[in-house]
Design a protein around this ligand. Sequence first.
Ligand SMILES: Cc1cc2nc3c(=O)[nH]c(=O)nc-3n(C[C@H](O)[C@H](O)[C@H](O)COP(=O)(O)O)c2cc1C
Length: 417
Amino acid sequence: MKRVDDFRLMFGKREYVPIMIGGMGVDISTAELALEAARLGGIGHISDAMVPDVSDRRYHTSFVKTKLKLYKHNINNSDKSSVQFDLGVLAEATQRHVESTMAAKRGDGLIFVNCMEKLTMNAPRETLQVRMASALDAGIDGITLSAGLHLGSFGLLEAHPRFRDAKLGIIVSSVRALQLFLRKNAKLNRMPDYVVVEGPLAGGHLGFGADWAQYNLAVITAEVIQYLKKEQLDIPVIAAGGIFTGSDAVSFLETGSAAVQVATRFTVADECGLPKKVKQEYFKASEDDIVVNTISPTGYPMRMLKGSPAIGAGIRPNCEAYGYLLDGSGNCAYITAYNRELALNPDTKTLSVLDKTCLCTQMRNFNLWTCGQTTYRLKDTTLRLEDGSYQTLSAEHIFKDYQFSVDHNVALPSSAV
Ligand SMILES: Cc1cc2nc3c(=O)[nH]c(=O)nc-3n(C[C@H](O)[C@H](O)[C@H](O)COP(=O)(O)O)c2cc1C
């Protein structure tokens, strides 16, 4: 009976344990989590979502405060077009986070940064270019392009000295999205180094519509593998979404995937950035507690726990401090929803906005509990403590369980007491 450790992900002549921990913003996939994956010979992700805020918390900078001070006068103005990111600050924050992470790297694995296109930041092209270029400047091993089609993203990096040596990959949810990406980038003569195929059971934003349940990761992955074979393109395919046990992973590795990307199991790792109390919510969740809804202003469906405090919250938009979802004209679907509710309920002290959420603030404060579909199984991966809470696990424990387990077994941790 095979286990994940019988396989290796190859990038050129270098080989890696074929386990990649997916990016989870905002700082849910922390540097500490990514570093463990790299130390154990796999691949970890940090995320560059809201990186100035992450830098303030981790490295005691004051980027958010400074931005808020600059744009404070605009707080009551629903036109946010003047609220711009300082590209120098964005570069500095990205470099600080990446450099500090890379300096701590040990072992033979790699650390990538997850870069979401949907963080349009009131200047989509310019900000994305700075985010990616600064991560490369600071020595990141690779960039995973996510949450968007990224048709122009390789082009933004073409002149960068590391464009051809860093690992660059893309997340797709269909063979069509991959075809489009490859067609748009054909003239650059630079293929992605890997393609992550993310199915409908993943956490975060989904690359599917309301009919997500009709899709199947194994089917889409097989289609992508077949397409690349037909085109004679030797690009590793990495399956993601709902892979809960080592045996689940083996079934993908045996059918042509080069690795798997996993995340949900690591949301309850000690190294994961979620607050302790939120990790307990993930442990406690039953299948009925998990919902896919459209409250994200990005326009993509998102999976989360129904108990997320963000759902229905009607806080004032916080774009002067954050503003990561402002499109190129300074709009965000939450601002529209909030202003509509405000006009309907001018005298209400606590407004409720049901159809959209202030994603920046809610993710930043860990009040939107996005999760994968398999979250309800997390309670089976650990021990219950005397006080009724669940024992969190080390990232190493979870990683090795994926790497060495057979027969759909999940190894429980040794008792904490
Ligand atoms: C809490 C959480 C947050 C996530 N955030 C992001 C993100 O910011 N960007 C992204 O591309 N994917 C995100 N994902 C998706 C993961 O990177 C990964 O591809 C997917 O969840 C793998 O499926 P699994 O969770 O069933 O193992 C997130 C997943 C989870 C569970």
